[in-house]
Every structure is written in structure tokens, then in C-alpha cells.
Design a protein around this ligand. Structure first.
Ligand SMILES: [Fe+2]
Length: 308
């Protein structure tokens, strides 16, 4: 079956490569505490912007949140005279809380995620025994993207691609000639995202990544995380399709699905759970909002014992 969404993405990238005004200006913000990169992507002509994968600072020992990381983004938006159209999540993150509601209050914009968040809400709604007041229909978000859906940031073209595997809901967002690939692929010397969370699937991740690597070789790829790598002591988060096809230690050209699945399964069995998985997931499936306060006005984050 022809992959029309991917073909449309490839055509969009070619149009942006041919004409500078179709290419976004991109600023990456690295959060050292969670190794996450948040992005502000804007259209230089209209100064409309999207914020992708923002971070709310969270201190697990004290249960305190703070806005240092998000305020760096607010400051950048204000200094550059940008107006925010979109607050986009590539998936329900398991390693940090989203600052999207805080940013939406301050800056406006529509909160968006992939349609399959509904499945993630269902799985984790059960794990957290969230109760009937927790809607599992994605209604905490303003827009649910399906594979191939298009969107605009000012005059820039955007297209959403469903790239499951790390979680069922992962999306990649292509804006002009740039691909924001979330937790699929990492820098070529580090490899790929883990697939051992509930709903993860190594074979599916392989197919999603190889699909992204069908895009033009010059496509700029922007990652969601970086952890450095053996022999590299600086953080990095930008690469290209060509570089990934030639060099990615897990999925470069020539790697078979069987080889990838064996490697990924073996490696995942050695990884500890992310420090913030329990607080992150229960907040992020609510669009980054804390659970409703109890009658004393305090929000509580639950820890399921022996359940994950
Ligand atoms: Fe993730």
C-alpha cells in the first residue's frame, strides 16, 4: 500500500529545501535534569510559533514543581516577539512532566498530541486506578493528530506522522524541512529509544524509524533526548536522515528487523525505570495537569506499589 502521508511529508520537505521562506527557525532548550530537549519552532515571516515537548521541573523527594525550564521558553518567546499557536507533545513522556498547561496559561496556543493517547490513558488509567472522573478520550487536549494530518505554524507547513513503538501514541512532526521525531531515534552514536514501557513494541519501533528514514537524506532531524555517548562529551540533538542511515548504531542501513528486535529487547532488560516515570505519566496523560486537588486544596501524585 502506498504511504501517502510519508510521500506528502517528503514533498513538503523538498518544497522547504527549495525555498528558504518555507523553513522554520528552531531553538532547542536542553534540560540537564531529564536530558530532554524542548523546541521553539517559528515562522520567521509571521512570527507564529510552536513549543514542542516542554518540561515542568519536578523535585521527586519534596514533590515540588517549579518553572525554571518553562520560563526560559517564555523569555525566548517574549524576546523574539513570537506568538504561540501550538503546544505539541510528541508522546506522553515517562521521564519528565510537561509544562504545557503552564505555558498555555502564559502564552496561549492549542495543546496537541497523537490520537493514540487514548490507548495510553486507558492503560495507565487502570494502573493508577484513576476513577471515573479521569476521561480516557483525549479531551484534555485541544487537538488529537492522526497519521498524515496537516497543520500550520503561520505560513509554514506541518504534517504529523504516527511512529509508534516506544509507546503506542508516539508522533513525529515535520515542519518545513525539519522532523521532530520524539522518542524514536537518538543521535547516531547512541541509537534508539527503549520499547519496554506498557504498550511498547520493538518491531513496531523499527518499522516506524525505517519509515522516517525514507524521508529525503537532507531532512533535518531534531531529537527529544540526548545522553552523550562513548567518546562524545557534549550534548547534541540535531542530525539528518542521511547521517542516521549511514551511522546509527542500532538501525543504520542494512540492519534487519530481527537484529534490531534482539538488540533492543536485550538492552531494555538492563535498563532501570526512569526516575520520574510514575509522577510523569499520571500527569502527562492529563495533558500535563496535576490530579484534581483533594478537599484540603492539595494535589496528590499516586505511587502504585508492585504494579508497574
Ligand atoms: Fe519517552
Amino acid at each position: 500500500m502506498a504511504d501517502t502521508a510519508l510521500a506528502a511529508a517528503a514533498e513538503q520537505i523538498e518544497r522547504a529545501r527549495a525555498e528558504k521562506s518555507k523553513r522554520p527557525t528552531i531553538a532547542g532548550f536542553f534540560d540537564e535534569a531529564t536530558n530532554t530537549i524542548s523546541y521553539v519552532v517559528h515562522d520567521p515571516a509571521t512570527r507564529e510559533a510552536a513549543v514542542i515537548d516542554s518540561v515542568l521541573d519536578y523535585e521527586a523527594a519534596s514533590g515540588r514543581t517549579s518553572n525554571g525550564s518553562a520560563d526560559r521558553i517564555v523569555e525566548y518567546i517574549e524576546q523574539n516577539g513570537l506568538s504561540v499557536t501550538w503546544l505539541i507533545e510528541t508522546h506522553a513522556h515517562a521521564d519528565h512532566l510537561s509544562a504545557a498547561p503552564y505555558l498555555q496559561d502564559k502564552l496561549g496556543g492549542k495543546l496537541a498530541i497523537g490520537r493514540e493517547i487514548i490507548r495510553v490513558q486507558d492503560v495507565f488509567g487502570k494502573i493508577f486506578n484513576a476513577g471515573s472522573d479521569f476521561e480516557r478520550d483525549g479531551s484534555q487536549f485541544d487537538r488529537l493528530f492522526d497519521d498524515g494530518d496537516t497543520f500550520a505554524i503561520g505560513e509554514l507547513e506541518g504534517i504529523a506522522l504516527h511512529v509508534p513503538g516506544h509507546t503506542p501514541a508516539d508522533m513525529a512532526f515535520i515542519v518545513g524541512d525539519a522532523a521532530f521525531v520524539g522518542d524514536t531515534i537518538f543521535m547516531p552514536d547512541f541509537g534508539t529509544a527503549r520499547t519496554d514501557f506498557p504498550g511498547g513494541d520493538a518491531a513496531q519501533l523499527f518499522r516506524s524509524i525505517r519509515r522516517l528514514l525514507e524521508l529525503p537524506r537532507e531532512t533535518r532531524i531534531f531529537l527529544c533526548h540526548d545522553y552523550k555517548a562513548p567518546g562524545r562529551d557534549d550534548y547534541a540533538w540535531e542530525t539528518t536522515v542521511g547521517q542516521q542511515r549511514d551511522e546509527n548504531v542500532h538501525v543504520k542501513d542494512g540492519t534487519t528487523e530481527e537484529e534490531f528486535v534482539a538488540m533492543r529487547t536485550e538492552r531494555d532488560s538492563t535498563l532501570a525505570m526512569p526516575k520520574l516515570i510514575l509522577p510523569s505519566v499520571q500527569v502527562n496523560i492529563r495533558g500535563g495537569r496535576l490530579p484534581d486537588p483533594e478537599e484540603n486544596g492539595v494535589s496528590y501524585i499516586k505511587i502504585p506499589v508492585n504494579a508497574v
